[in-house]
Design a protein around this ligand. Structure first.
Ligand code: PLP
Length: 384
């Protein structure tokens, strides 16, 4: 199986597997237990927190380990959503974990459209304009890169606009981390990340909570994570997440490696566009691994199943919307007509994907298009 669904989840990288096994064998005790053997786990946990904070240009106390980005989003937005007479401003293409946790309480939620940017980017000038209007939001949540289209936002400009307006800015960096340099994220007040999107295990992630977000509390029931998230820390998962990040950063910071991957994607785009496919996303700023294809014909599950038959794993938009009948909210926000959006398939490569994987995928797409065109062509009436 050639795997082109890395935005759904990535395989565990070798470094993460090794760190997880080592921690599970040697540091499995509860870090809150009082004896010296458990204190060693506490110290290892502190070291992991420090290393992650270092990558993010943050202070260790700002890091709260969670079970993933969904929990981290619920921690931050759930808190703001519970406040009466507050408005939260979120981007139109946010992941459901942002949208639904913002909408989970009594706070009002305003959606910042991505139009007039048809490529799905948030325009910092439009954001600045909105922040000058009333009611002034208590929080802005805008993602770094979109999980369906790969469209990247200008996080630095958005952070600047929010800082000038003195409104805290939360950035869902789940799809950015492991693909783009982390420096661009450093001015966001809050960040969310998830290990399984960059070669780490599932069920572990983090929130980086800057001082501007105030005193937030997530899961209750214990004093772990500075009282902000109760529950025994998943040290093996955390060790593996940090090892995965270290490993992913080596590729992300290698400009040549990234340029090569950009070129593979561009060649693929050229080929599929030549076959009549549309592509949603940004020409100017898109992740090097993601293509949201809009086939000229054929329903999306037909494409997914035909590609699976030929040995390729791709998805229909985001994994959490698989099986839903309606077109994705992201594509609706981009103004893509419903009939076209219902055909969309998402292709997302990984660090281990090769140029020949992209070429083989384009070959398979070309063959399937020919098959579907033949099958869907009206029957010819032969006159004798
Ligand atoms: N945010 C984005 C952009 C995502 O793509 C995902 C997962 O698909 C999440 C948040 C949720 O992450 P997790 O699986 O860690 O809950």
């Amino acid at each position: 199986m050639v795997y082109f669904d890395h935005n759904a989840t990535t395989p565990l990288c070798a470094e993460a597997r090794e760190a997880w096994l080592k921690a599970s064998e040697e540091a499995w005790m509860n870090p809150s237990s009082p004896y010296p053997a458990a204190s060693r786990v506490r110290h290892a946990l502190d070291a992991a927190r420090e290393e992650l904070a270092g990558h993010l240009d943050a202070r260790p106390e700002e890091i709260v380990f969670t079970s993933g980005a969904t929990e981290a989003a619920n921690l931050v937005l759930g808190h703001f959503a519970r406040q009466r007479e507050q408005t939260l401003l979120i981007g139109a293409t946010e992941h459901p974990c942002i949208r639904e946790s913002a909408q989970s309480g009594v706070a009002k939620v305003d959606i910042l459209p991505v139009q007039p940017q048809p490529d799905g980017r948030i325009a910092p000038l439009k954001l600045a304009e909105r922040l000058r209007a009333k009611p002034r939001p208590a929080l802005v949540a805008i993602m770094a890169a979109n999980n369906e289209t790969g469209t990247e936002n200008d996080v630095e400009a958005i952070a600047r606009v929010c800082r000038e307006a003195q409104v805290p800015f939360l950035c869902d960096a789940v799809q950015w981390i492991g693909k783009r340099p982390l420096g661009a994220l450093r001015h966001a007040d809050g960040l969310l990340g998830s290990a399984h999107k960059f070669g780490g295990p599932k069920g572990v992630g983090f929130a980086r909570l800057g001082a501007a977000l105030g005193d937030l509390r997530g899961a209750r029931g214990g004093q772990q994570e500075g009282g902000r998230r109760g529950g025994t820390e998943n040290y093996p998962g955390i060790a593996a997440m940090v090892a995965a990040l270290r490993s992913a950063q080596a590729t992300v910071e290698d400009a040549q490696a990234i340029a090569t991957r950009e070129a593979w994607r561009s060649r693929f785009l050229e080929r599929v566009r030549g076959l009549g496919f549309g592509v949603a996303g940004s020409e100017a700023a898109n992740l090097w691994n993601t293509v949201l294809l809009l086939p000229p014909l054929g329903e999306r599950m037909r494409w997914v199943m035909r590609l699976a038959k030929r040995g390729f794993a791709v998805s229909t938009g985001s994994a959490c919307s698989t099986g839903r009948e309606s077109a994705s909210a992201v594509l609706q926000a981009l103004g893509i007509p419903d009939a076209t959006a219902r055909r969309a398939i998402r292709i997302s490569s990984g660090r281990e994907s090769s140029e020949s994987d992209w070429q083989a995928l384009a070959d398979a797409i070309e063959c399937i298009l020919a098959d579907l065109s033949a099958e869907d062509a009206p029957a010819t009436v032969v006159r004798i």
